[in-house]
Ligand binder design. Structure first.
Ligand code: SF4
Length: 317
């Protein structure tokens, strides 16, 4: 389905998280008016998923939410809404209000469920609250989204893996889709000051790709689909990054590293079969996948390459 995204840059967020600067991320500095949203919707010729991202939609006053959502009702039949919001602004009355609209997914900025990490990031709530908010979304019959982050201040790989297990245990098979974002240090954020004061050290691209790869593998085992790894590229994002694992194709690196880790876990004696449509995960980005595989197995690059056999089977990864 066609997508029509609107960015409400930090609109109504309860506080400013240390790493966040939505204007720098999206290149959008002021939110569209409901009338502007309505004008774009009126130009749709087919049904669409209308998305409100980049802020905390349900923290807006309800009359303002209504102004936006009433415009959505004028979209072609079968259109839906997807929105992202802050866990603090989910409660039964908000969900009852949203149920009057064709809301297909409510994504929560979860970031982490680790209380120490949340406090260092100025998120303003505890992990239990975020998990309860996601549960409320599922109980309300909505498809849930969890936007998770890696490389946050005070965060370890194990704490993020534990977050994922807690989400899966709470969801009990109900639909939750994940996004995984590496923490970047953006210009003009509190995290930039923490970096200058040596209170924060960012991940390298390689560290972040491996961490994401492990999260991807775990989410696959837990049955939680991952819709995206890495931030959307925008005209301003690259220039706004002061430090951290920025790469325009970060998601591909993470998926290449996931494949490499899965191959490395197999026997070194047998050939490694890789679906032909995954060749780019092995050879792309200066053979990134192959380099991870060589690093993990101790094989030379050529030796690792020789063990890989491309096949038409699709069920191998
Ligand atoms: S991370 Fe989310 S809640 Fe925090 S300031 Fe940014 S948009 Fe707002």
């Amino acid at each position: 389905m066609k997508r029509l995204p609107f960015f409400l840059a930090m609109e109504s967020c309860p506080r400013r998280c240390v790493y966040c600067h939505q204007g720098e991320i999206t290149g959008v500095w002021s939110p569209p008016s409901p009338a502007g949203v309505g004008a774009e919707i009126s130009r749709l010729s087919e049904r669409a998923e209308i998305c409100f991202f980049g802020g905390s939609f349900t923290c807006l006053p309800v009359p303002r939410q209504k102004e936006y959502l009433d415009r959505v009702l004028k979209a072609p039949s079968g259109s839906r809404v997807r929105l992202s919001t802050h866990p603090d602004c989910i409660n039964p009355s908000i969900l009852e209000f949203l149920s009057r609209y064709p809301v297909s997914m409510i994504e929560l900025g979860i970031s982490s469920l680790d209380d120490r990490v949340l406090s260092l990031c100025n998120r303003g709530y505890r992990g239990e609250k975020a998990l309860a908010a996601l549960e409320m979304v599922l109980d309300g019959g909505f498809h849930g989204g969890a936007q998770m982050m890696i490389g946050l201040p005070g965060q370890t790989g194990e704490s993020s893996f534990s977050d994922l297990r807690r989400i899966a245990a709470m969801a009990r098979g109900r639909p939750v889709t994940l996004r995984i974002y590496p923490c970047l240090v953006l210009r003009g954020t509190a995290l930039e000051n923490m970096l200058k004061e040596d209170a924060y050290s960012p991940l390298s691209v390689e560290e972040a790709a491996l961490w994401s790869a492990r999260l991807l593998a775990l989410s696959r085992r837990l049955g939680l689909p991952v819709q995206r790894v890495g931030l959307h590229e925008s005209d301003t994002l690259g220039a706004s990054v002061v430090a951290g694992p920025y790469h325009p194709a970060f998601g591909e690196l993470a998926r290449a590293a996931e494949l490499a880790l899965s191959l490395a876990a197999k026997s070194k004696e047998d050939p490694w079969s890789v679906p032909r449509n995954s060749i780019s995960l092995v050879t792309g980005h200066d053979r990134y996948g192959l380099r991870v595989l060589a690093g993990e197995t101790g094989l030379a690059l050529d030796e690792a390459a020789e063990r890989i056999h491309f096949t038409d089977r699709q069920d191998l990864i």
